[in-house]
Design a protein around this ligand. Structure first.
Ligand code: SF4
Length: 100
């Protein structure tokens, strides 16, 4: 039989491990194109897939990794100040793109 102190320690350790995994998972989460904010900003994970007729000011050279709001260097994905807690693709694009 597990005494209450040991039981408390086991539950605490399990809780800490879960929190740690959740934090890691959230840090790695990518913005999905169907998420409400992504839809509102017309985000695409691949700038070459943007509908040029719909967004005539878009150019294939416009990418998240050369946008002023992209906060990461030298990575396939990074943080964007418009999508807190998630990552956007370096090769992505949205209608808020601003030249770095
Ligand atoms: S604001 Fe810039 S970095 Fe953020 S999703 Fe749009 S294009 Fe990418």
């Amino acid at each position: 039989m597990i005494n209450s102190r040991r039981k408390f320690l086991l539950i605490s350790a399990a809780g800490a491990a879960t929190l740690s995994l959740n934090k890691f998972a959230n840090a790695q989460a990518m913005v999905g194109e169907t998420e409400p904010q992504a839809v509102a900003l017309h985000y695409k994970a691949d700038t070459t897939k943007v509908d040029q007729a719909k967004y005539p000011k878009h150019a294939a050279t416009q990418r998240c990794d050369n946008c002023a709001l992209y906060q990461t260097k030298g990575a396939a994905a990074g943080a964007c100040s418009l999508f807190a807690g998630k990552q956007v693709a370096a090769s992505g694009w949205c209608s808020a793109w601003v030249k770095k």
